[in-house]
Design a protein around this ligand. Sequence first.
Ligand SMILES: [Zn+2]
Length: 103
Amino acid sequence: MSMFDWYKFTENPRCPKCGTELKEWQGKDGPCALFVWEQGKSNPISQEIEDDEIRWSDEDLQRFFLPDSFTIYSYDCEKHQPIIAECKCIDGVWLDFKFIQPE
Ligand SMILES: [Zn+2]
């Protein structure tokens, strides 16, 4: 299975072309362990794995960080997917993003 992480915005962005709300975001530039990253936090907030034996503990999650810049994508707009956003960390915390597709 190809792994990725989930990304949650504080406020869901909207498709720059038509305004459709984009709720689900994934990316492969982070640790790719099905972590859930939340905008404004420096470490994963959870891990979407059902098996307790392979899931990292809450304590272990504090050891993971995002790269300074990373790309995520969403398929929530049927017309304009994939929507791609480039995100930036400031002092290790995911804060900014800008759309790179569609332009
Ligand atoms: Zn759209």
